[in-house]
Design a binder for this molecule. Sequence first.
Ligand code: HEM
Length: 274
Amino acid sequence: MKVRTSIMQRVPIWDLPTRVFHWLLALSFIGAYVTGDSDRWALVHVTCGYTVLGLIIFRLAWGVVGTRYARFSEFVSGPSPVISYVSGLIRGRPSHYVGHNPAGALAILALLLLGLISAVSGWMVYDDVGGDWLKELHDVPPFWAKWFNVECWTLEGLHEEASSLMLALVFVHIAAVLISCRLHGENLVRSMIDGRKRSEVNQAITTNRPVVALFVLASLIGFWLWSFSDTLRDTEAIEFAISIEDRAKHFVNQMVKLSDSFPYLVINRNEDQF
Ligand code: HEM
């Protein structure tokens, strides 16, 4: 929604579930990305990936039933608002929007789509589901096959490409946020933390929906505990085994020292053995 008048204050715009979603998505995407190449961190990678998937599914639902500025109907628009926003941006005078601006909204939709493709393809690779449907796409006319290099298309490839593209878009997103902060003279990062943006008072949302945010957080903590429960148990078992082994070694060392102090006993013992 475009802002018209000049009597403005910082009022609640982003509800709590939207903010919780945003920062958890940022964390879990980065977590999944940096652990992607390591066997040692595979469980963290997979858990972050499922978290991305769960969060995006939640956000798709919240885009329908959430508060005013979280709804897709509020910020998804046709091409003409995007074009007029971008031309204003080029002239250095972009319109100020209470919710997402039309160009930002496009990037957000692309981030959600790429996150979805990346997480679903990762799940299909990890759980070996989906069969060879991607390979069937290889049966395209030779011209297209050569043009799009379809021989190289695999689920793993799709997973990696979608993740890399998402990372590139995240950088664009962060740069765009920082540029918008400068052009609008407003700290948008702070807005994604405290939920407030500069606007007319009557444009504010009336509820923050904390219970929904709590539900998202609790589900996530529950999922992470469940996901790592076996590993935690294994770790405890390994630590226990190591401590028993250490105690046993310590006991044997003490016995050896003791027997060294009584050569007579040792000699006798050795003689007994023979
Ligand atoms: C992996 C990193 C990130 C991802 C995947 C991501 C994704 C998103 C998404 C999906 C939204 C839409 C929020 C919604 O309506 O639900 C959004 C908005 C936003 N993000 Fe990020 N984000 C990331 C990192 C960051 C960082 C590091 C910052 C701070 C510099 C940031 C600042 C913002 C702001 C200010 C908005 C609101 C933009 C507006 O006013 O229209 N994001 N981000």
